[in-house]
Design a protein around this ligand. Sequence first.
Ligand code: ADP
Length: 837
Amino acid sequence: MNNQNNGKSRVIGFLTIVTIIMIGVGVLMNFKLRTLLREYVEHQVTEQARTFAALSAEQFELEIYDLENAAAKIPADVEPDDEILGLVINSSDNITMGLLCLDGTALSGNTLSFSDFPGIQNAFRGNSSVCYKEGQGILFTTPVYDGENVKYTLYKLFDESVLLDKFGISCYNGQGQVAILNQAGEVVIPFSDAGTVTSDFLEKDIIKASMQKLSEKMNIDTAAAVYYKDNKIGNFMFISEVKQLGIYLVGTVPEEALTDGISTITALILWVFGLLILLFVIGMIYLLSAEEKVRESDELREAKNMAEQANRAKSDFLANMSHEIRTPINAIMGMNEMVLRESNDEHIRDYAVNIQSASKTLLSLINDILDFSKIEAGKMEIVPVAYDTSVFLNDVINMIDIKAKQKQLDFLVNIDESLPSMLYGDEVRNRQVIVNLLNNAVKYTKQGYIKLFVSGEHKEGGFTLKMQVSDSGIGIKEEDLDKLFEGFQRLDIRQNRNIEGTGLGLAITHRLVEQMNGSLDVSSIYGIGSVFSVSLPQEIRDEAPIGDFRQHFESISKNQTEYKESFTAPDAKVLVVDDNEINLSVVKALLKNTKVRVTTCMSGKECLELVSKEYYDVILLDHMMPEMDGIETLKRIHETENKCSSVPVIALTANAIVGAKAEYINAGFSNYLAKPIEGTMLEKMLLQYLPKEKVIIENSGSSEAAENKKQDNQPDEAYINIKTGLQYCSDSMDFYYEILEVFIESYDEVSANINNSLAGEDWKNYTIYVHGLKSSSLTIGGEKLFAAAKEQELAGKAIGAGEKTEENIAYIKAHHSEVMALFKETLNEAQKIMSEK
Ligand code: ADP
């Protein structure tokens, strides 16, 4: 800001200086112009004066010429008689003619004094001449010859009173004045302006000074002019000599009369110059402001770049942070799984279940942020692979089925039987897209159904996978539809207050679909439900139709080495490499039951040392490690001589989302395991890669088979899903029965606690008790009770947070008996399971 102000004042200062200089130049130019103009006018006036003198001389010469003609008519040999004289001498009131004899007598006219008029003597010497005598006038004389000798002088005297009329010169349209002076400087013919007394005028100091200058100029010329100022008015004074008569024309003319037209030209020039200055200033201001704009737009561009950089830095930071956060979550989840496996204490298990659920939520949140920031940073890559359509759909449906059941929603699936059985596309991203949409459908639907329709479209040689998710949920307000795909946008907050979410899911989904050149459309009626339709271009790898996709999937799974039972492999040796000690402990703990011999180390370097000495059946190798990462380490394992150069190496990665499998396989890994590592996944992986001879599959025995049968035969409307319960009991039926027992025994106390706190409107304790009920019901697989208790707990928590207290109290009260009835039904079923044990 300061810089801008400094810049502005510098510009204004510069402009002012330039303007002052321009004005100075203007003034100087004006002065120079005027001087030049004056010199020019002086010159013109001088020439004019010369012309006036010539005119005047001509007038005088004309008179002399007339007089000489008259003289020629006078006979010199005889005395002119009156008749002749009458013809020649032609006097009037103010003009007198006469003929003088050498002795001064006048044969005609008046006698004149020779001393007053030297022209008489001149005539007797044979020259015509003109002379002036103040008070008498101008006398023209010419000789009259007798043979070669002058006998008479003929003269013509113009009285002073006629001089002006006869010889006065009007100049410059009457604006100038001209007087005729003799050599002595006396006025012969005054100014024509009666108001100006010529001799008085000539006596003025300024005129005298001008006359002085003129006489100096006259030393080298016959005419001259000078500029002078009288009473602040500019004038030109001029002089010109009429040599043959010995007289001078002296005149004056106001500057205005001479320079009128020209001064308008100078004014015009000055005006144009002023205009130029103005244009210059405007131009400069424009240029400077344009420059400022350019600078501003430069600054804007710079700011934009900085913002983009900051945004990139933010995305990088988020991506790195998310990655870093996943490592400790991985440890937490692994350790927690050990707690769940090894602890029989109901409370501890309860806490562990909560930790598990919270870390799953946290993990999915971090995954979302990681994805979003990757997309924002342009680092999200689409990695197409060939995939089995049925496996893909089956994974998706299984994932959602559990959730839909937990919320007692009907999950309707309609898969077009003609779908090609093998497609080529980014399976991981496709799954993410459809699972996001289905998860939302479950999340934002309280009752009714969610539907998945999958079909395909063959168009212009290509194939588009079309998936549609519809629900009978809360719907989206029309005005909110536009905001749906913006990041961190959660809509209808009031309705959705109890639903977990970040507002990132759809933003990610939308961007992913765009990146895969697909389209995502939504239509919704608020309060009725929503329909999300996604189209994803894929390539076909096997045209054969999938038919009934469930059957198809089952046929594939039969051919796969599937993890069904736990195993032991006391002779198998596994090397685990990870720079995080907790992760190493987690893997060790997870493999404890398998009796696999686990060796751990914390760097690529150590790993290379170990493989040079020892053979391992499988190596689990972390990707992100300082100094030498997993990929580099694997490269060296393959390149150097060691005991494990051909053993399967499985990548451990927290970066499991970005087309991970293809990436790791390309790098030479046999497979990859996503962190946090799940026990079952780990065991399944080892089962696949450990040498078969070293693996002992435990015979599950008839009782377990019966139990499995029991689980599979459970009716859908059951209050307890044993499969779910077993997940929380390390898949151990014995352990499950123990938990079930505790659940049954605690029924009276728990239901009394819940009922009492409701009666006493003790919402804090009510929340704690339903929270306990929620956790314990999930541990035994009481999914319906879990979902109902969870709603009550959320309402209780909202009361605790002071949110919509009345509404939430009403909610709890309205649903309380329903929850208690479910509790009772779940208890009955638990007792039934125990009795059938
Ligand atoms: P989140 O579910 O984490 O809040 P999403 O980006 O997945 O974020 O969804 C953004 C918002 O869109 C949600 O907060 C919800 O208001 C609305 N929404 C998404 N899917 C549905 C749906 N099937 N029915 C109603 N509302 C939905």
